[in-house]
Write a protein that binds this ligand. Sequence first.
Ligand code: PGA
Length: 258
Amino acid sequence: MRRMFVAGNWKMNTDRAGGTELARAIAKAVPADAAVDVLVAPPLPYLLPIGEAIAGSGVALGAQNAYFEPPGAFTGETSIGMLKDVGCRYVILGHSERRQVLRETDETINKKVAAAVAAGLGVILCVGETLDERDGGTTEKVLETQLSAGLKSLAADAVSDLVIAYEPVWAIGTGRNATPEQAQAAHAFIRSWLSNRFGPTVGAATRIQYGGSVKPDNAAQLLGQPDVDGALVGGASLKADSFLAIVQAAQQVGAARR
Ligand code: PGA
């Protein structure tokens, strides 16, 4: 059974005091034995204080990016080993903002995924189509390209800790979430692609989060779809109340599935 997994992507938001307070409030409500996996991914400079704020709780620490090279002359970059060193369990890779604003290619993303997997750092790999691509009927083709390029040359047993986040670009930060049916269709496609590429065991075990304007009032419906195993939450992860309401929805769906 796939455990529900709710992750908060804080993006370039919060400050040290506010982020720490937010993390504390979330950690207080998520005990170590919680029935869902919960992650917060704060901005890089706050990883250490946030890590301290969530210590002992059921909330894990994640980063929003990493570089694939080992330590060396790469000004401004952060190695995967450094993220592990400060307590990160996961790194979000291939987010659409990094693809579009920071011009990351599938090839770069693949190097990052491979390096994180090799180092034992969990990966949330984001994929998703733009509005033009959806309107043009190429959603599945885009997902297939991003998945096959992003996971290129990875062995089936190396993807066990991998999480895919389906994030339609048109739904991110827009308040316009995918309908539960649209999300389910894309998730089912991703799962069948994973089964074909890595085998049915990997396909059945891999968690696929939905991301894009997930809010307390749409979380239960989105998470209730059979191939939706959690959420990657942006805006609504910046307030403890709204993030915890989504965690609660995941908990209820997870309990109903068992
Ligand atoms: P949003 O962001 O929830 O603010 O739409 C989701 C994401 O970018 O991961």
